[in-house]
Design a protein around this ligand. Structure first.
Ligand code: F6P
Length: 542
């Protein structure tokens, strides 16, 4: 069965799901009763590739799941996923393939785009990265004053740094301790000044990462960095590398640099951490072997996603649960709460991945969506989150949560047991309790101490925070994101929503530049509100 061109929300199964959601909302289907059912955990959890996904505390029953599986079939999500990994141009608006999965294909299987196998090119970049990282580590490549590199600064924004920031934080325990990583992302001068205090320019390698190489913030920071390097008496050509698309302004053979690495138009920025975008900084920071283990993990989850049937497909089932929560139960936000500090940058990464991909209002056939796609994603590690916004989670506006637990921490636990338990056990006690408290709630005669409960969550468990597991986790969220898009029948690979603000900023930049050249320039023709802000900026005080 295929989807109505207006989108999935006109299909009969959507209607059935709407009806069933009304049934689930009845008091007798409160989560406290659902989770007490026999074999609840067994029937509402999945395990594969060392990844455990527990959705027993979601507000679903067997019928809801059957209808969601029917929804997935109706939307032909697996067919769309297969088309994606086959290299079909499913990014219709930009006429591009979406092949982030090829960037972690470590097999010798070809992947075709326009009849050409792209794997040799990808493999070539990987080898180049490996060789470059080895040369930097061995000291075969040195800075212009002859010193070994001790700092790398990633200059890039959005998808050109968020994934790398997430992975480098998650794998800090594996990092080469003689190289520090820094991120210069925002065009805010505070960002640049802070980075300057953390580095030694003689031992700093700047990695300019931009798929388009036209991103204003990245360009501005690059120019600042070049000026700074020159002002320190150093030669920028010995301190800079670029990661960009072939043929972009950053891929300029006449501009002498240490190296240029390529990413490809068939890999979207927010899906690019397994390409050279993550490959260059992560191989320098962690060593190429660790980067390859990370790719291996992502590749394993890709294979699971490709072959697992709908009912057992972890990213797909979680995508369906997400749609159920959003479109049928009406939750507009999603929390991501890892009980592991190394995952502190997971939520910011998934924020972009999910919201830039799925915050859309038209279907792939250019029809307005009847139902909202995408939710607000946010998060913090637990238990910090508990002491921050969990009041709202328990008694205020409800939102579903992904709890993420790690069985073995990256460091030995030692024998110290304040309150009779290790800190790791304390963390787990909290993670387990929060999910239960949200689901079950608590009666009280005092209204202020009453907990409504019936607040859904999933729990994801990883054996440890190895590079392989971080790869699996990344691929899980990527696949979940695209599966949701495939159900809504939207294109998760374009981002036209970011254009309007950029265009207005381009116009204002010109106005500001004119004023910089001539103080006589007035902002008369600009609307009064905008003019107030421009005048205030130039006046330098309120
Ligand atoms: O914000 C829009 C966007 O294009 C993101 O999709 C992308 O990750 C980011 O800007 C950076 O783009 P680029 O890698 O081309 O500099």
């Amino acid at each position: 069965m295929s989807v109505d061109k207006h989108g999935i929300s006109r299909s009969p199964v959507w209607k059935k799901l709407k009806e069933h959601a009304e049934y689930i909302k009845r008091p007798e289907n409160h989560l406290k009763y659902l989770i007490a059912k026999k074999d609840r955990l067994k029937n509402f959890s999945l395990k594969s590739v060392d990844f455990f996904y527990d959705f027993s505390r979601q507000r679903v029953d067997d019928k809801a799941m059957d209808l969601l599986f029917e929804l997935a079939e109706t939307a032909e999500v697996q067919k769309k996923y297969q088309a994606m990994i086959r290299g079909e141009k499913i990014n219709v608006t930009e006429k591009r393939a979406a092949l982030h999965t090829a960037s972690r294909n470590l097999s010798d299987k070809p992947v075709y785009v326009d009849g050409m196998d792209v794997m040799p090119e990808i493999e070539h970049e990987r080898q180049k990265i490996k060789f470059f990282a080895e040369q930097v580590h061995s000291g075969d490549i040195l800075g212009s004053s002859g010193k070994k590199f001790r700092h790398i600064v990633v200059i890039g924004i959005g998808g050109s740094y968020l994934g790398t920031e997430f992975v480098s934080n998650a794998l800090f325990a594996f990092a080469k301790k003689n190289i520090e990583i820094h991120f210069l992302t925002n065009v805010d001068p505070h960002n640049f000044e802070t980075v300057k205090t953390q580095i030694d320019p003689e031992t700093t390698l700047w990695i300019i990462i931009s798929k388009s190489f036209t991103t204003v913030e990245t360009y501005a920071n690059m120019v600042h960095a070049e000026e700074y390097v020159k002002s320190c008496g150093l030669d920028p050509s010995k301190h800079f590398v670029t990661v960009t698309s072939k043929g972009s302004p950053g891929d300029d053979p006449d501009n002498p640099l240490l190296a240029t690495f390529h990413m490809f138009d068939f890999i979207g920025g927010r899906f690019s951490v397994t390409s050279a975008v993550g490959g260059v900084p992560l191989s320098l920071y962690l060593g190429y072997d660790h980067f390859e283990r990370f790719l291996e993990g992502a590749g394993e989850m890709d294979i699971h996603t490709k072959y697992a049937p709908i009912q057992e497909n972890i990213p797909l089932v979680s995508a369906l649960i997400g749609i159920w929560n959003n479109n049928f139960l009406g939750y507009q936000a999603q929390g991501i709460i890892p009980y592991a500090s190394p995952l502190s940058k997971l939520a910011p990464h998934i924020q972009q991945l999910n919201m830039e991909s799925n915050g859309k209002s038209v279907t792939i056939n250019n029809y307005e969506l009847d139902e909202s796609s995408g939710v607000i994603v946010f998060g913090e590690p637990g238990t910090n989150a508990q002491h921050s916004f969990f009041q709202l989670a328990h008694q205020g506006h409800p939102f579903p949560i992904d709890f993420i637990g790690v069985i073995s921490p990256q460091y030995p636990q030692g024998s110290c047991r304040p309150n009779g338990v290790t800190n790791h056990q304390e963390l787990w006690a909290n993670m387990i309790s929060q999910a239960t408290a949200l689901a079950v709630g608590k009666d009280s005669d005092e209204k202020v101490r009453f907990f409504q409960g019936n607040r859904p969550s999933s729990t994801l468990l990883l054996n440890d925070l190895s590079p392989t597991n971080i790869g699996r986790l990344l691929s899980y969220y990527e696949a979940q994101t695209v599966y949701k898009a495939f159900v809504w029948d939207i294109n998760p690979f374009d981002q036209f929503g970011v254009e309007l603000g950029k265009t207005i900023a381009n116009d204002l930049r010109k106005e500001i530049a004119r004023k910089n050249c001539s103080n006589e320039h007035s902002f008369e023709c600009i609307d009064p509100i905008t003019r107030f802000y421009l005048d205030t900026m130039f006046k330098g005080k309120l």
